[in-house]
Design a protein around this ligand. Sequence first.
Ligand SMILES: N[C@@H](CCC[C@H](N)C(=O)O)C(=O)O
Length: 272
Amino acid sequence: MRFVKGHGTENDFVILPDPDGALDLTADAVARLCDRRAGIGADGVLRVVRSKAAGLEAGLDAGDAEWFMDYRNADGGIAEMCGNGLRVFARYLVETGLAAPGEWDVATRAGLRRVTLGPSGDVCVDMGPASILGAGEASLAGTVFQGERVSVGNPHLACRVDGPVAALDLSRAPGFDPAVFPDGVNVEFFRTVGDRHLEMRVYERGSGETRSCGTGTVAVAATAAAQAGDGPSEWTVDVLGGRVTVALGEATARLTGPAVLVAEGETWPGWL
Ligand SMILES: N[C@@H](CCC[C@H](N)C(=O)O)C(=O)O
């Protein structure tokens, strides 16, 4: 099986080119690919498949988008959307000549997402709306954190903290009420470090602590803007793996940041 490895602010992915939808990608295979000791190692898998060949789940409409991002978490579970993954997905399509630099839609389980990119450099993704849904809470090592429930196509809980996020122990999953988050949740901890400038750490559903989460950065920017009473505004979000910007508009949020391809190869015959 051919693969490419890439990352966006060190949120890393195994990219599986599958233009004709020939791969039978099981949850077990995804978990083995993402295993950092016995596999290639990644936070998730991006299967690159033509929308027409993707066999989309009922209710998904790819519109005119040629490509569908089939995103999977490291545990093999399916998620609706991945912001960093989508930047890497778009960069892969351009680097391999499967798409031209410019502006075009990619189909995802959260709907169509417009990407804008040149022949090299940062990638901008229109992430759609970030919807603030109300209060929620998570716990970490016995401490309860209040936050905002936010949908960026996938579920988030954005918790403001007072001290440096570096001080948090995210070696274990935060606790949350499964009645409030029946599908699980990505939990972000953020702090203001400057003028519309945040730092964030995240514990992702299905992947554990990662060094960045694009949808998570949108969730914390939207939460911080709402808490400050800000309207459309641009935010800088520092994550363990680098920095992204989030431009909050009236109806949509645009995420801009790096997308890097680092290697390509083939799994050993019979291994998977
Ligand atoms: N890292 C991603 C989000 C991936 C999906 C998430 N773990 C979930 O289960 O919703 C991003 O960059 O947005």
